[in-house]
Design a protein around this ligand. Structure first.
Ligand code: 13P
Length: 380
């Protein structure tokens, strides 16, 4: 197969960190073109402190190309020279054979038609989603995976091969990745083999850094993606536990029961999820790190403290105060999960998901999180 042309869609902190690893690999392997295009949802950056020498404000993409740093979302980390920041989706994706989706979910649907129009029609054209969300399809009453939405949005009905999309999920708190601390991640994909070329392994090599970002491959796309999204809900619960001033024992109980509900959910709503997936970085490890050091935990703690102090704050206010323009995912995911459970009358099988939803949306007291920490009769 011809060398991969790589486009990274998204330039938040994790997107930029991923793009850096990918660009280093693209420069190293002859099965990829060296240049990596990063789509930047452009914004004006106020320039100051002599770091940047533009008059007043400048576009983020321009700063990234001129100064080789993402001043807004990943300051102090140099971008390799072979990254090009591109503010046009069309220009970023034209003829791309490997598209990495790492933008907030709400931007995905509107851009799929553009990507479909311009990406390579070669059979090795493929995608990897890093978006940790899960959606409830109210028509089918089923889970609508992001990777499936991407596949359906990009595949051409008249072409012999469908566009395939895998996922990369793992214990990857963005700030720690940016500092270069060691972490693992899980690539889940079932890319077709073309002319003896194993596209799963090629993709893994492009995402991997054995010293600091070690990527393992599995084929359970559905389980991997569901874990990445569902654990954000449990992490809100971890934040509530912290806000209540409770310690590691309580949080460990929450994680143990949480991963059981995640697995139960996968068995109820997805097909062929592999039990082993929960032992991978995308499963247990992502749950642990997010419950300890993630943004969902942080916002959950703030929500709990404000509520307990009698000065409740909305999730939107907490998000904008604490996340510097980044989006909180767990709260919306908890509603998607709850709506799905309700639609099948399954809430009682999921006391923890249900309780977290009720605290987030229905004004249930924060300490009711403890009431959600049990395994219903007959479940294991
Ligand atoms: P948040 O920081 O959004 O809670 O998520 C962390 C994460 O997904 C780590 O892998």
């Amino acid at each position: 197969t011809p060398p991969d042309k790589i486009a990274v869609i998204g330039s938040g902190s994790f997107g930029t960190a991923a793009a850096i690893t990918i660009a280093r690999n693209a420069a190293k392997y002859d099965f990829a073109e060296s240049e990596v295009k990063v789509f930047v949802h452009d914004e004006d950056i106020v320039v100051g402190d002599g770091v940047i020498t533009y008059p007043h404000t400048a576009k983020l993409s321009r700063i990234m190309n001129d100064k080789k740093v993402n001043v807004k979302y990943l300051p102090n980390i140099d971008l390799p020279d072979n990254i090009t920041a591109v503010p046009s989706m069309l220009a970023a994706c034209v003829d791309a054979t490997l598209v990495i989706f790492v933008m907030p979910f709400q931007f995905l649907k509107p851009v799929l038609p553009t990507i479909k129009k311009v990406i390579s029609k070669e059979p090795h054209a493929r995608g990897v989603s890093l978006i940790k969300e899960v959606h409830f399809d109210k028509e089918t009453l089923k889970v609508n995976l992001v990777s499936t939405q991407i596949e359906n949005g990009i595949s051409h009905s008249h072409m012999p091969h469908n566009f395939q999309c895998g996922v990369l999920m793992g214990a990857n708190v963005a700030s720690e990745i940016a500092s270069g601390d060691f972490s693992e991640s899980t690539l889940a994909s079932r890319f077709r083999t073309i002319g003896g070329d194993d596209l799963n392994e090629k993709t893994r090599l492009l995402l991997n850094n054995s010293n600091s970002f070690r990527v393992y491959h599995i084929s359970d796309v559905e389980g991997c993606e569901a874990c990445g999204a569902l654990k954000n809900v449990i992490a809100l619960g971890a934040g509530f536990v912290d806000g209540l001033g409770m310690g590691g024992n309580t949080k460990a109980a929450l994680m143990r029961i949480g991963i059981q509900e995640m697995e139960r959910f996968c068995n109820d709503f997805l097909s062929n999820v592999d039990r082993n997936t929960f032992q991978e970085s995308c499963g247990m490890a992502d749950l642990i790190t997010t419950c300890i050091g993630g943004r969902n935990r942080k916002c959950g703690e703030a929500f709990a403290k404000h509520t307990i102090d009698g000065k409740p704050k909305s999730w939107d206010a907490i998000e904008s105060e604490l996340l510097n323009g980044q989006r909180l995912r767990g709260v919306k995911t908890s509603k998607q999960v709850f709506d799905l459970l309700q639609s099948q009358d399954l809430g009682s099988k999921y006391p923890l998901f249900t309780t977290i939803y009720q605290i987030c949306y229905e004004g249930a007291p924060v300490d009711s999180i403890i009431d959600g920490l049990y395994i219903p009769n007959g479940m294991k």
